[in-house]
Design a protein around this ligand. Structure first.
Ligand code: TXA
Ligand code: MG
Length: 318
């Protein structure tokens, strides 16, 4: 069931978390699948509900900076980024604190931890009401499109979770930017809702690219991820017979079939917010191929192009 939010819904959600159950909650980026990050069994249930093939590490969501500082060790630059961009769509990977109480499964046995303080008031209210940090992978079956509405969550995970807090559509629409602060120079592990340019401006230098050996650590980097059922044809300048069109800006090429425009006025923020929802809508119409117009690569365009490339990548055998 989905819950319109009042104090009662919030306290029931917090009680479910306390009992080791799963509660989907809105964040500014996408809906998360929340569970008690300190409870090994609850975290195991998250992997089971999502059908994650491997125990990939999860992001731990906190409501306060002091809580993050208790769980992880922040370098000067990590702290600068947290103070500047939290709450917001930025996840920081830092070394775990010595007595970090977070479930081993949540960090997949690594000695690092991914921390994020979401900006969405309902996410923060749930963490506060639960009185503990929450793991929160995107609330979708593994490998599928991330949910940006409560309906999307129910569609993918209904029956496998205790409840969904319905906060309406997620304003950012793509997952958080993941930055690793383990080595001297922070590394961009996953482009996301906070543009690279903003982070580099705050640091006063550029972010490093991940070493090839770091890639498998971040499943957001698996080639096929965020996959609709339809095939995507990227950077399309025209629309071929039988194709649906995912447009960006104007003018839009001639098309006979369905069309959605990520942003008619060419706004990347609006496009990011529409991305997963429009892919779902075109997919639900049963189109076999979606032609996607080129999207600029700056600002949120980096995350949009990253998700489109993954949605277009060959699928692993089921
Ligand atoms: O916007 C978001 O980040 C959403 C909302 C719900 O907060 N959550 C999300 O979680 O996208 P998930 O589990 O789908 O993606 C977590 C990403 C993965 O790419 C994972 O590999 C990476 O964070 N990650 C987690 N812990 C890590 C660690 N210790 N080292 C490197 N990468 C890590
Ligand atoms: Mg995900």
């Amino acid at each position: 069931m989905t819950e319109k939010i009042g104090a009662e819904a919030l306290s029931r959600a917090a009680a479910a978390i306390g009992a080791g159950e799963l509660v989907a909650f809105p964040t500014e980026t996408v809906y998360g699948l929340g569970a008690d990050a300190l409870n090994e069994t609850a975290v195991a249930r998250v992997f089971e509900a999502k059908g994650r093939p491997r125990f990939n590490p999860l992001i731990v969501h906190v409501a306060r900076l002091e809580e993050a500082m208790r769980l992880g060790r922040f370098s000067a630059e990590a702290r600068l980024l947290a103070e500047r961009f939290w709450p917001g769509p930025l996840t920081l990977v830092v070394p775990q604190a010595a007595a970090c109480p977070v479930s081993l499964l949540a960090s997949a046995g690594l000695d690092s931890i991914a921390l994020r303080m979401p900006a969405h008031p309902l996410a923060r209210a749930l963490i506060e009401a639960a009185g503990r940090p929450l793991v929160g992978p995107s609330a979708n079956p593994s490998g599928r499109l991330s949910p940006t509405t409560a309906d999307d969550v129910m569609h993918g995970l209904g029956g496998r979770i205790a409840l969904v807090l319905d906060g309406g559509p997620c304003p950012v629409g793509v997952e958080s930017t993941v930055v690793s602060c383990l080595s001297e120079r922070p590394v961009l592990l996953r482009p996301g809702g906070l543009p690279r340019e903003a982070i580099e401006e705050a640091l006063g230098h550029s972010l490093a690219a991940p070493e090839p050996s770091e890639r498998p650590v971040s499943p957001g980097q698996l080639e096929s991820h965020y996959a609709p059922t339809a095939t995507l044809r990227l950077d399309a300048a025209d629309v071929r017979p039988g194709e649906a069109l995912l447009a960006f800006g104007a003018p839009v090429p001639a098309h006979a079939g369905s069309m959605r425009n990520l942003s008619g006025r060419g706004d990347l923020v609006e496009a990011a917010a529409n991305l997963f929802g429009m892919l779902r809508q075109l997919d639900a119409e049963g189109t076999s191929v979606i032609a996607v117009m080129p999207v600029p690569r700056h600002g949120l365009g980096e995350a949009i192009n990253d998700r489109l490339a993954r949605a277009a990548a060959p699928r692993p055998a089921p």
